[in-house]
Design a protein around this ligand. Structure first.
Ligand SMILES: Cc1cc2nc3c(=O)[nH]c(=O)nc-3n(C[C@H](O)[C@H](O)[C@H](O)COP(=O)(O)OP(=O)(O)OC[C@H]3O[C@@H](n4cnc5c(N)ncnc54)[C@H](O)[C@@H]3O)c2cc1C
Length: 619
């Protein structure tokens, strides 16, 4: 009876989260419950604090990739008390499953943002607007992400330091990447660039298709090495590493918060939406935050500091709601300006070309309706193996350079997946992308459920810059996000070159074994251009302009003389006492690679900066 109740309630809860179209859920949930997964897991979920004290030493706003790290590390000091406020709930059984990553988008664990239409990008999405998922859950976007573990290029961090940020060069940040890491692939763990024993588990998915091996071999045929792209050099091809543990997702909440949940000096409050900072306008000191929890407005005070780790959209939103931001914008909304700062500027994201599809003749790709629910689910539950452990479908990664880049600092990344938009028969992927019916029905429906694979060329260092602005004074109105993709001509030119390299890779001899060929139904809005010409690829890129969800830069770190800087190199907000920002928004330029590991690195380093500032004899 107890078992049945648990099953039914978990199933109902989950179906509410991911929709009812998922045929394998009941089976999976039965298996998970039968094996009493929670009890076997040495790290059971964190404790949601019912009662919140009046005052803490530190308040961390947002328990995402960076915030979870900050809260965990601050609570290592027994005499400091820390409160972590997170707007979303805890993770669930579905978010644990690596292959179901896309199913979390547009669910209640997603802020479900959309960017403004520009007419230059996202033309194949409904109303010309791309979806911008962000995790609204403990663990933040590390719960929604595709788990790819990528650090970026050493030159990214050397650049940060050269912009006036001492302590942020590659050698310095490498220490922090390694501090977090527990790499479980021995061939990587033993190198100088990786480590074992940290909180964050990193390993390859235990399952792969022959297509990823062909991808790596094709890279070699093109003159690129099969190498650890997080190691000495970045250019090359490899089977992806991911933040997974025993075949399931290792979010930052699992990695950094669960092991320390019994510490008396750390409290975590879920479903606590921070609405503004409390700032004394005379002293310009932040002394607490206001938040809404279960419909009730509350305040909590900070003795030492408030740390904003709400991510690249919400950290600037909270600052602007509190009177810290661009003067004219705040005045227009009637928000008293406490400090004129370039908050919300400098928005950068990796935009890529989605939908490039190659068909193959052999049954070697991921085709949703071919996978057998029962054996696949049992393999996942009992052994942590099989297709359900694939990193959101992505198997291979590569860094290459176009004619505009160079080998030591590649300008294009490829994500290779043994599936494409057609592989689930139109059930989910087209929806999370927000594709128009015309585009899907014309191009992808004719090949629905056919064996295929994709490569997504991604622009690593865009020149275009966007903004985040408030829609209104209400903390519950979504901010206006203008990604401003392709404002700069060079961005589109580089991506077109990336597309051509991708096609060359797909034509290499190794892929011929599978009779791999480009899917050539033209996009309806691109028919005026000759298929395969530069102009056609440009039109394709502007039609399925794909974010891979890496917004950064909106509370830029920089030296005092840089008028666009919001935080100093110790991540303290200029002109305000007791306030730091520690998340992807501080990045002055976007790293050349996926941003989760860099966000965790920022969390690690940020926590150490706080410790240095409060514990050194001088302070
Ligand atoms: C769908 C998707 C796929 C991705 N795939 C990858 C990948 O494979 N590899 C990779 O490296 N990167 C990936 N990324 C990017 C990566 O996950 C992010 O860059 C990283 O998680 C950002 O970390 P953060 O700490 O800046 O913000 P987040 O992790 O987003 O954390 C912000 C937290 O603050 C909370 N919050 C926001 N506002 C408030 C408020 N007002 N009050 C209280 N709490 C608040 C949020 O709910 C959230 O928990 C992906 C991202 C997404 C969305």
């Amino acid at each position: 009876m107890v078992l049945e109740t648990v099953l039914v309630s978990t199933a109902l809860k989950t179906v509410g989260i991911v929709g009812s179209g998922l045929w394998l859920l009941p089976l999976m949930l039965a298996g998970i419950t039968y094996h009493n997964y929670n009890r076997l897991d040495p790290e059971s979920p964190p404790i949601d604090a019912k009662m919140i004290q009046r005052e803490y030493d530190f308040i961390v706003v947002g328990g995402g990739s960076a915030g979870a790290v900050v809260a965990s590390r601050l609570s290592e000091i027994p005499s400091w008390s820390t409160l972590l406020l997170e707007a979303g709930p805890d993770e669930n059984e579905i978010s644990d499953v690596p292959s179901l990553a896309a199913y979390l988008q547009l669910s209640k664990l997603d802020w479900a943002y959309k960017i403004e239409p520009t007419g230059r990008a996202c033309l194949g999405m409904k109303n010309g607007r791309c979806n911008w998922p962000r995790g609204k859950v403990l663990g933040g976007s590390s719960v929604l992400n595709y788990m790819l573990y990528v650090r970026g290029n050493r030159k990214d961090y050397d650049l940060w330091e050269s912009l006036g940020n001492p302590g942020w060069n590659y050698e310095e940040v490498l220490k922090y990447f390694k501090k977090s890491e527990d790499n479980r692939n021995p061939y990587l763990a033993k190198t100088d660039y990786h480590s074992s024993g940290g909180y964050l588990t990193v390993q390859e998915s235990p399952w792969r298709t022959p297509l990823v091996l062909a991808f790596v071999e094709a890279g070699q045929e093109m003159g690129y090495d099969n190498r650890d792209i997080n190691g000495e050099r970045q250019d090359g091809f490899m089977v992806a590493q991911g933040t997974i543990r025993r075949g399931t997702r290792c979010s930052t909440a699992k990695a950094f918060l669960r092991p320390v949940k019994l510490r008396k000096n750390l409290q975590t409050a879920l479903n606590a939406h921070v609405t503004r900072l409390l700032i004394n306008p005379t002293t310009m000191r932040v002394y607490g935050v206001e938040f809404v929890r279960h419909g009730r407005k509350q305040i909590v005070l900070a003795r030492k500091e408030v740390i904003l780790s709400a991510g690249a959209i919400n950290s600037p939103q909270i600052m602007m709601l509190s009177g810290l931001g661009p003067r004219e914008h705040l005045q227009k909304l009637g928000i008293p300006v406490l400090r004129n700062l370039a908050v919300g500027d400098n928005l950068q994201d990796h935009v890529g070309m989605g939908g490039l599809t190659f068909l193959v003749d052999k049954p070697i790709s991921i085709v949703q309706n071919r996978f057998q629910a029962f054996p696949m689910t049992m393999q996942y539950i009992t052994k942590g193996k099989g297709p359900m452990t694939t990193l959101g479908g992505v198997e291979g990664l590569a860094f290459v350079n176009t004619i505009y880049g160079n080998r030591s600092w590649p300008d294009i990344q490829f994500h290779m997946a043994p599936a494409s938009i057609n592989s689930d028969g139109g059930l989910k992927v087209r929806k999370v992308l927000g594709l128009t019916d015309l585009l899907y029905n014309t191009v992808y429906k004719p090949i629905a459920n056919k064996d295929s694979w994709t490569m997504m060329p991604l622009l690593l260092r865009p020149k275009s810059r966007g903004t985040v602005r408030l829609k209104s004074k209400s903390p519950f109105h979504y901010p206006i996000i203008d990604a401003n993709y392709f404002a700069h001509r060079a961005d589109i030119d580089t991506l077109v070159e990336g597309a051509k390299i991708a096609i060359k890779i797909s034509q290499s001899p190794v892929f011929k074994k599978f009779n791999s060929r480009l899917h050539t139904i033209p996009f309806p809005n691109c028919r005026d251009h000759k298929f395969g010409s530069d102009a056609y690829w440009e039109c394709h890129i502007r039609t399925i302009s794909m974010t891979i969800y890496h917004p950064v830069g909106t509370c830029k770190m920089g030296p005092e003389w840089d008028s666009t800087a919001v935080v100093d190199p110790r991540l303290r907000v200029y002109g305000v006492k007791g306030l730091r920002v520690i998340d992807t928004s501080i990045m002055p330029t976007i790293p050349s690679g996926n941003t989760n590991a860099p966000a965790i690195m920022v969390g690690e380093k940020g926590a150490d900066l706080i410790k240095e500032d409060w514990l050194s004899p001088k302070s």
